[in-house]
Design a protein around this ligand. Structure first.
Ligand code: ACO
Length: 319
């Protein structure tokens, strides 16, 4: 039987850091409010010249290096993003060209903040079914482009960045189980309800959110999907070394860990310095903890996504 394992991780944050105080200098908000309600103290913001594919490229190079592979070894590229460079071609195709390779299938996957977990489950399936051996799975976002910077209720929450993993065929898992869900009836609570039509933007190009409803739903489904994933892998919560929920809000993370009975020391938190980077948040957090030597080979990690759609999902992996 063929399984997939994470052979390398990488990430990239644009150098420009925007603190809460910088936002408070031009918005009716404060460092105390943002930290108290979300745990966020800063976010990274891309330069105008940087698109999602540029952030993805840096993260991908680092993941490939960590895996000891070259871009020519890839036979699948999946990019999770809801801030693609263009309507088309896909950011994955642009990334493939920037990596200097051609031929392997490359596509984007749109599941908003659950995008990376959806992409990981998709690539895992390709590898288990022997359609691919080495897959590059990326979450890359420039949310700064879809925020209304005058809307204090949303713009303080997000940041830009990219994270990547190389998923490689292996004799042992790797990815033990993944569970994915969606509920399109909740589309309205978190959306960018706009499109390009006839040369104009129709609708709104800015992120809109009913924060309270998102908060409640996120805590509920993150708990449920973790339990479903453990059941699918025939494991218990005690078997999990690290919990990496989508980094939306510290209060969501802590509530999820508490409901699951995961100790605070086993909860990975990067939202304080990355803010919410949507599809990039989970691989960014994973890479930070791998490179810090905290997540080690053999550790079991629960990766969780939740976001617009509404979508949610989880993967349980042994590193
Ligand atoms: N600074 C100061 N005051 C603010 C700010 C701000 N940046 N934003 C909102 N307020 C005010 C509101 O106007 C409101 O004022 P009022 O009482 O005078 O009307 C007050 O603060 C309380 O607003 P609420 O929206 O009720 O605050 P809440 O405690 O719900 O926190 C928050 C808002 C942080 C958005 C919270 O609902 C939340 O985190 N929700 C989850 C949303 C999330 O994480 N989204 C990310 C994307 S979704 C995802 O990734 C899953």
């Amino acid at each position: 039987m063929t399984f997939a394992r994470i052979a390398g991780t990488g990430s990239y944050l644009p150098p420009r850091v925007v603190t809460n105080d910088e936002l408070a200098a031009r918005l009716d908000t404060s460092d105390a409010w943002i930290r108290g309600r979300t745990g966020i103290r800063q976010r990274h913001i891309a330069e105008d010249s940087q698109a999602s594919s540029d952030l993805a490229l840096e993260a991908s190079r680092r993941a490939l290096e960590a895996a000891g592979l070259g871009a020519a070894d890839l036979d699948l590229i999946v990019v999770a993003t809801s801030t693609p460079d263009f309507v088309f071609p896909s950011t994955a195709c642009l990334l493939q060209a920037k990596l200097g390779v051609r031929d392997c299938p490359a596509f984007d996957l749109q599941a908003v903040c659950s995008g990376f977990v959806y992409a990981l489950a998709t690539a895992d399936s390709f590898i288990r079914n022997r359609i691919a051996k080495n897959a590059l799975v990326v979450g890359a976002e420039v949310y700064s482009r879809i925020l209304d910077w005058n809307d204090r209720a949303t713009c303080v929450l997000f940041g830009d960045g990219a994270g990547a993993v190389v998923l490689a065929a292996a004799e042992h898992p790797g990815v033990h189980a993944s569970v994915l869900h969606a509920d399109g009836s909740q589309a309205g609570i978190l959306s960018v309800p706009g499109n390009v039509c006839g040369g104009r933007i129709v609708g709104s190009p800015f992120l809109q959110m009913q924060g309270g409803q998102v908060f409640k739903l996120a805590v509920k489904v993150l708990d449920e999907v973790a339990r479903e994933t453990l059941a699918a892998a025939a494991m218990r919560v005690e078997d999990v070394d690290w919990l990496i929920p989508h980094q939306a809000n510290l209060r969501i993370l802590e509530a999820t860990a508490k409901r699951l009975g995961v100790a605070r020391e086993r909860l990975v938190v990067t939202v304080d310095h990355h803010a919410n980077t949507s599809a990039a948040s989970v691989p960014l957090a994973l890479d930070e903890f791998v490179r810090a030597g905290r997540i080690k080979p053999g550790h079991r990690v629960m990766l969780q996504g939740v976001g617009g759609g509404f979508t949610w999902g989880a993967s349980l992996v042994t590193m």
